[in-house]
Design a protein around this ligand. Structure first.
Ligand SMILES: CCCCC/C=C\C/C=C\C/C=C\C/C=C\CCCC(=O)SCCNC(=O)CCNC(=O)[C@H](O)C(C)(C)COP(=O)(O)OP(=O)(O)OC[C@H]1O[C@@H](n2cnc3c(N)ncnc32)[C@H](O)[C@@H]1OP(=O)(O)O
Length: 383
C-alpha cells in the first residue's frame, strides 16, 4: 500500500465514526431525521439479533478474515506475529466491551450503568400520568408497555397479599389501574384520577418492584423488570458498541486489506460469472431458449418455471460459498456498513439519548481503540 493510500486509510479509520455521528446530527438539524427515526425499531430483528449481539458477529467475521488472509507464503514468523498482535488488540477491545457494556464483576454493573447511577440515574416506575393514563414516556412502545404492565401485575399479585390496610388500598388501586390499562380499548378515554393518586400508585409500584425484584442497578435488569432507566447521564451503549466494532474491523482491515482486495481482483471474472448466473434464469429467457425445438409444451413449462428457481438457488449457494470461504472481506465490509448505518440511526434518534450521552459513548470506544491502534501503527504494515 503506498504511503498516500496508507495515510488516507488512517484518516478514514480515525474519522469515519465521529463524522457518522455528526452526519446524524446534521440530518436532524435539516429536518430529515423524522423519516429515519420512523424506521427505528428497538425490538426489530436487526437491533435485537445483530446490533445488540454485534461484538459476537464482529468477532466471528473479523477473526475469519484475519485467519483466512494470514497466509503469507514463506513468512510464517511474520504471519504468526501479525496474528498474535491482532489477538492482543482483540483481547483488549473485548475486555473493554465487556467492562463498559456487560459488567465489571459479579453483582457489579457495567461502566455505562455505573456512570448513570452515580450521576443520579435510577430505575423508575412512573407508570401513570396525572390523567390516570399510562405515561407515554414509560416504555416508549405499546408492546413494551403491555409487557411491563403484565410483569408488574404478576409481581404485585405474587407478593401483594397480607398488607396492612393502607398498603392494601394502594395495592387494590394499583392492580385496578393496571388491569384497566391492560384492557383499555380507548387509551384517551377520560379517567377520574388525580395527580396525587397517580403519584401514590407509582410510588407503591416502584417500592414493590424494587423490594421484590431488586437490586435494579443495571439497565438490563431495569429493562427486564419493566422499569424505565432515567434520570442520570446514560452513555449510549449503541454508539459505544458501533464505534468499537467499526474501529476494530477497520483497524484489522489495515493488516490484510491489500491482500484481500488483490485476491478479490484476481478472481473478479469468476465472481462476475457467479453473479450474472443468478439473473440468467428468468422464465421468459428460458422459454425463448427452449423455442424452435420439438420440445412439448409441458416440457417447456417445466424448463421455464421449475428449473430456473432451482438453478438460481444453486447459483446463490455457490456465490455465498465462494464469498464466505474465499472472500470474507466482502462480509466484513457489509458488516461495517451495517454498523455505520446503525450508528447514524442512533445519532439521529434524539429521543433515546442526549448529544452528550452520544459523545460519551463515542469517546469511551474511540479513545481505547485509538490508543490500541496508534500503539501498533508502526506494526500495522499491510501484508
Ligand atoms: C484466535 C482467537 C480468536 C478469538 C475469537 C474467535 C472467534 C470469534 C467467534 C465467536 C466470538 C466468541 C467470543 C468473542 C467474545 C465475545 C462475544 C460477544 C458475545 C455477545 O455479543 S453476546 C451479547 C450479550 N449481551 C447481550 O445480549 C445484551 C446486549 N445488550 C447490550 O449490551 C446493550 O444493550 C448494548 C451495549 C447493545 C446497548 O446498550 P444500551 O441499551 O445502553 O443502548 P443505548 O442506551 O444506546 O440505546 C437506548 C435504547 O435505544 C435503542 N436504540 C439505540 N440505537 C438504536 C438503533 N440504531 N436501532 C434500534 N434501537 C436503537 C436501544 O435498543 C435501547 O433500547 P433498549 O435498551 O430498551 O432495547
Amino acid at each position: 500500500m503506498t504511503k498516500m493510500s496508507s495515510k488516507c486509510f488512517n484518516a478514514i479509520h480515525l474519522l469515519i465514526c465521529p463524522l457518522t455521528v455528526l452526519l446524524g446530527y446534521l440530518i436532524n438539524a435539516y429536518g430529515y431525521g423524522a423519516a429515519l427515526q420512523a424506521t427505528l425499531n428497538k425490538d426489530g430483528l436487526v437491533n435485537a439479533m445483530f446490533v445488540k449481539k454485534g461484538w459476537f458477529w464482529t468477532s466471528l467475521v473479523g477473526w475469519w478474515c484475519i485467519i483466512r488472509y494470514r497466509a503469507v507464503p514463506g513468512a510464517a514468523g511474520r504471519d504468526r506475529r501479525h496474528i498474535a498482535r491482532s489477538f492482543k488488540r482483540y483481547a483488549i477491545l473485548t475486555l473493554w466491551w465487556y467492562l463498559f457494556t456487560q459488567g465489571i464483576w459479579f453483582g457489579v454493573g457495567p461502566i455505562m450503568d455505573l456512570v448513570f447511577v452515580y450521576t443520579g440515574g435510577h430505575c423508575h416506575y412512573d407508570v401513570f400520568d396525572g390523567t390516570g393514563h399510562v405515561n407515554k414516556h414509560f416504555q416508549g412502545s405499546v408492546t413494551r408497555t403491555h409487557r411491563a404492565l403484565t410483569l408488574i401485575q404478576n409481581v404485585l399479585t405474587l407478593h401483594g397479599q397480607h398488607q396492612e390496610h393502607h398498603q392494601q388500598q394502594l395495592w387494590d388501586r394499583s392492580i385496578g389501574s393496571i388491569k384497566d390499562a391492560l384492557h383499555a380499548t380507548d387509551a384517551s378515554a377520560p379517567k377520574n384520577a388525580t395527580l396525587s393518586a397517580a403519584a401514590a400508585i407509582n410510588t407503591f409500584i416502584h417500592d414493590q418492584m424494587h423490594r421484590w425484584q431488586g437490586p435494579l442497578t443495571t439497565s438490563a435488569q431495569c429493562r427486564r423488570f419493566g422499569g424505565h432507566w432515567a434520570g442520570g447521564h446514560d452513555p449510549s451503549g449503541h454508539v459505544f458498541l458501533a464505534t468499537l466494532m467499526c474501529m476494530f474491523l477497520l483497524g484489522e482491515l489495515r493488516v490484510f486489506g491489500r491482500r484481500a482486495l488483490a485476491h478479490l481482483y484476481a478472481q473478479k471474472w469468476l465472481l462476475l460469472r457467479l453473479v450474472t448466473r443468478l439473473f440468467d434464469t428468468g422464465p421468459i429467457w428460458t422459454w425463448r431458449r427452449c423455442g424452435g425445438g420439438s420440445m412439448s409444451c409441458g416440457a417447456r413449462l417445466w424448463r421455464a418455471l421449475v428449473e430456473p428457481p432451482a438453478a438460481c438457488a444453486a447459483a446463490l449457494l455457490r456465490l455465498t460459498q465462494c464469498i464466505a470461504c474465499d472472500h470474507p472481506v466482502v462480509i466484513l465490509v457489509a458488516l461495517l456498513v451495517t454498523w455505520l448505518w446503525q450508528l447514524l440511526l442512533t445519532a439521529v434518534a434524539s429521543r433515546f439519548h442526549t448529544v452528550r450521552e452520544h459523545i460519551s459513548g463515542l469517546l469511551a470506544a474511540y479513545i481505547v481503540t485509538g490508543v490500541v491502534y496508534a500503539r501498533d501503527a508502526a506494526a500495522l504494515r499491510p501484508l
